[in-house]
Design a protein around this ligand. Structure first.
Ligand code: FAD
Ligand code: DLZ
Ligand code: SF4
Length: 523
């Protein structure tokens, strides 16, 4: 029989390694819509729609390209609803002589794949995912030689390896990192361009997406999130259109406004490319080469282009390496012993804290929030309030269209929550209301006063910030990067400190824990 090649929902690349050495006549491609994947968390409705529509489009493209594709739909009556069950059924159906698959993005799925050979009695070949620039063995080797792991050093090796923004062995512009020029807050009147949306109701009409949207509202209509604004690219062509738009209209301003937040402007100058890249619709290196070309032709400044490329060949590759280096422990990491349950308003958006309400609203409407909303609004709140890392991680995994565990978990547990004890990032990204006020236009219309430090009208971030430092003094006061705030805390009068802690406690006591069942189904 043929070789069976399972292609997972985030492996939608014609150049995927599992197909690279296969011939069309000796291969059956297996694609599977299964309840285990739609259900390991209760994903945002738009995330499910995006993945299923992109899978169906990809199957269509493969068939048009001459591949034999066996596609199992969610409503197929014989569907066993797990990857392992479907691979077993398909192996029998096609009398496969072996299985070849690209390694998955998730520890959980990798564990399944390791069982296949024994349960099926077939040869199973698991191949590296060559869409990443840094092969995992290279990352492990890079990490093994170091006592401290820092993205910035890793990033330089990736610049050298790819040659991106290099003049020979020197970084273009004489510096590796231009972030010092990338930190502006919002400006009144600033109006980022509207993004192209790829709607099923567009002139071309897209029956596949329409079907999927119906399926999702039928089966998953009670999940978090709305489908009303669904506009994610579900094909390679649509993703290329989004990339063109980004390079022309947004990239020139990307760096300058990268950290800025404005109410009602949910995407600012960000690319929105993460879902397309993570699913395999766009190649990350090709995206970076486009950005570099925009710099070389004078269409975008170095600070913007360097900052963008660093996110992709730096952060994206770095967190993926850290995921595989630190799993399975990372999933249970809780270095700061944070035990507070996730508040209900993370799902409902019902909170007078305007920064949080705006971010949850954008998340619900778009399955999207940009980096600073994720890190410095949601993440910072979770860190300061001491929310349980596993509940925070479930939330992030469920609500964003680009969320896959390999990238979500290191960002949540490592970057945002310091739950890994500082392996990924050297200091916790803790900030008081002043930071959010500087980087956003949220505070003016908030029911809280960002300038007040304590009391029921004070911005809750202010007292929480000190509460966080105080309760973690044993763990964090030795960190040189926190020496300044700890010294400030120590200089406050005992009365002021007590008032601050009491104010934070009073706020924390008002948090309603989320009802069970939002993130994970209870049955
Ligand atoms: P842009 O701002 O346009 O950035 C360009 C690209 O750089 C992104 O598309 C992405 O591919 C890459 N990138 C930027 N920052 C990071 C980062 N920290 N880690 C990895 N890649 C990065 N990203 C995900 O893809 N999936 C997630 O589940 C995810 N969860 C996150 C959770 C938290 C708590 C934080 C702080 C960040 C998370 N990120 C995640 C990283 C980042 O916020 C998103 O990649 C970004 O917001 C996606 O929007 P964009 O495509 O418009 O990004
Ligand atoms: C996230 C997701 C969802 C919602 N549904 C499917 C699916 O039905 N079939 C599939 O192959 N993949 C799906 N995925 C993506 C997988 O969860 C992803 O491939 C694994 O987490 C490995 O990264
Ligand atoms: Fe957020 Fe505080 Fe500003 Fe309100 S005042 S928007 S709670 S930072």
């Amino acid at each position: 029989g043929p070789v069976l090649v399972p292609v997972l929902g985030d492996q939608l690349s014609p150049a995927i390694s599992s197909l690279s050495d296969r011939t069309r006549k000796d291969t059956v491609v297996l694609m599977m819509e299964v309840g285990q994947e739609t259900g390991y968390v209760r994903h945002h409705q738009a995330k499910i729609a995006l993945i299923l529509s992109a899978m169906r489009h990809f199957a269509q493209d493969l068939r048009a390209d001459g591949w034999q594709v066996d596609y199992v739909r969610l409503d197929d009556p014989d569907n066993t609803h797990s990857f392992s069950g479907e691979v077993e059924r398909a192996a029998r159906r096609h009398r496969a002589r072996g299985i070849q698959v690209t390694e998955p993005g998730e520890w959980r799925v990798r564990a399944m794949m390791h069982e296949w050979s024994a349960t099926l009695g077939l040869r199973v070949r698991i191949m590296p995912d060559t869409r990443f620039i840094c092969p995992l063995p290279d990352f492990f080797q890079w990490a093994a030689g170091r006592s401290e792991l820092r993205m910035e050093w890793f990033y330089r090796t990736m610049r050298r390896k790819t040659g991106l923004l290099m003049d020979g062995d020197k970084p273009v512009g004489g510096r590796w990192n231009f972030d010092a020029e990338n930190r502006s807050g919002p400006e009144p009147g600033l109006s980022p361009p509207a993004l192209p949306r790829f709607t099923p109701h567009s002139i071309t009409g897209d029956a596949i997406t329409r079907d999927v949207l119906d399926l999702v509202s039928d089966r998953f209509g009670d999940h978090f999130g709305s489908l009303d604004a669904f506009g994610w690219p579900v094909t390679r062509q649509d993703a290329e259109t989004l990339l063109d738009h980004f390079i022309e209209r947004c990239l020139p301003h990307f760096g300058h406004w990268q950290d800025a937040m404005m109410a009602g402007h949910d995407t600012m100058f960000h690319s929105l490319l993460a879902p397309a890249i993570n699913l395999g619709l766009l190649d990350p290196l090709a995206v970076c080469r486009r950005a570099e070309a925009a710099y070389r032709s004078g269409q975008a400044p170095i600070a913007a282009v360097e900052g963008f490329i660093r996110q992709i060949i730096g952060w994206r590759e770095y967190v993926r390496g850290m995921y595989w280096l630190d799993m399975p422990g990372l999933a249970g990491a809780n270095a700061l012993d944070a035990q507070r349950p996730l508040p209900e308003f993370w799902w409902t958006g019902q909170t007078p804290m305007r920064c949080l309400a705006e971010t949850v609203r954008s998340t619900r409407e778009n399955a999207y929030a940009h980096h600073i909303q994720r890190l410095m609004v949601m993440g910072n709140f979770a860190l300061l309030a001491g929310l349980r890392p596993q509940e925070v991680a479930d939330w992030f995994l469920a609500v964003y269209a680009d969320a896959f565990e390999w990238v979500e978990l290191p960002n949540v547990a490592g970057m945002a929550l310091h739950a890994d004890g500082g392996r990924l990032a050297s200091k916790p990204y803790a900030a008081s209301g002043a930071y959010i006020d500087r980087m956003s236009d949220y505070c003016g219309a908030c029911r809280y006063d960002v300038k007040r430090k304590t009391g029921p009208d004070a911005c809750p971030f202010n007292a929480l910030y000190w509460h966080f430092l105080d309760r973690n003094a044993d763990r964090l006061s030795g960190n040189p990067r926190l020496a300044y705030p700890y010294a400030t805390w120590a200089r406050m009068s005992p009365e002021k400190r007590a008032e601050t802690l009491a104010s934070a406690e009073a706020f924390l006591a008002t948090l309603q824990p989320a009802a069970p069942g939002w993130a994970r189904s209870q049955d």
